[in-house]
Design a binder for this molecule. Structure first.
Ligand SMILES: C[S@@+](CC[C@H](N)C(=O)[O-])C[C@H]1O[C@@H](n2cnc3c(N)ncnc32)[C@H](O)[C@@H]1O
Length: 221
């Protein structure tokens, strides 16, 4: 990688798994406009939006102890939750190395990781996740970092479901997860999957917009 597409890999610095098989080829942006460029963004990192705001609101009220924000993006949600009274420590993770770098610039401890893979069992008091959730057909998929921030595969739940399956492993006793869910993703389907994974689900924040309703689920084992 050369020039402005070059990015130092925070995963290397942290000794985390690079997962070479699912890396994005950043050099492609020299031959094809990326989704981030189309949106006028200077780098392929999700910018805080309404969904981020709702997760931060839920996190300030319900997060406690050791908090991991999965898919931290710019690190804005993690930094918002950092000062909450019941919170001891906040770590952000993201599969996108540009996001890890941006979150660190914001002062967030960020580690490159695919979902919960590097986390040990029974170690996290609160998981936060605003996942990629837009249902996306293969024909409209953009294989770049901004796409990874948005696309939830054909059902919208391609990233949510493995997160829910693995979350009980990393959560400490009395641990909890706060998960942003869009009506576009199938709210009832997400709740059903969470229950199948052993969670009790309760909506703690909800807001309706012209095209979707966004909810934050508090998930407890
Ligand atoms: C909708 S954005 C949310 C960003 C930020 N948390 C916020 O609310 O503003 C989803 C984030 O999840 C990250 N992501 C997607 N798939 C991931 C995976 N398998 N493991 C970790 N992060 C992932 C994306 O890179 C992106 O930063």
């Amino acid at each position: 990688m050369t020039g402005e597409n070059e990015v130092s890999d925070p995963g290397d610095a942290d000794g985390t798994d690079d997962r070479d098989g699912d890396d994005i080829d950043d050099t492609r942006s020299t031959t094809r406009e990326t989704l981030a460029q189309r949106r006028g963004l200077d780098e392929p990192v999700y910018q805080p939006a309404e969904d981020s705001g709702l997760l931060a609101e839920a996190g300030r009220e319900h997060a406690r102890g050791v908090v991991v924000e999965v898919g931290t993006g710019s690190g804005w949600v993690a930094s918002e939750v950092t000062g909450a009274a019941a919170v001891e420590r906040v770590v952000g993770t993201d599969v996108n190395p540009h996001a890890c770098r941006r979150a660190r610039q914001r002062g967030v401890e960020a580690v490159r990781a695919d979902l919960l893979d590097p986390l040990r069992n029974d170690t996290v008091d609160t998981l936060l996740f605003n996942p990629p959730y837009l249902p996306t057909t293969p024909e409209t998929e953009w294989d770049d970092w901004q796409e990874r921030a948005l696309s939830g595969g054909d059902t919208g739940r391609a990233v949510i479901e493995p997160f829910l399956r693995d979350a009980p492993r990393v959560l400490a006793a009395d641990g909890r997860a706060l998960l942003l869910v869009s009506s576009l993703t199938g709210f009832a389907d997400v709740v059903e999957h969470a229950v199948d994974c052993g969670f009790h689900a309760e909506t703690v924040v909800e807001e309706s917009y012209p095209y979707e309703t966004l909810s934050v689920l508090l998930l407890e084992l």
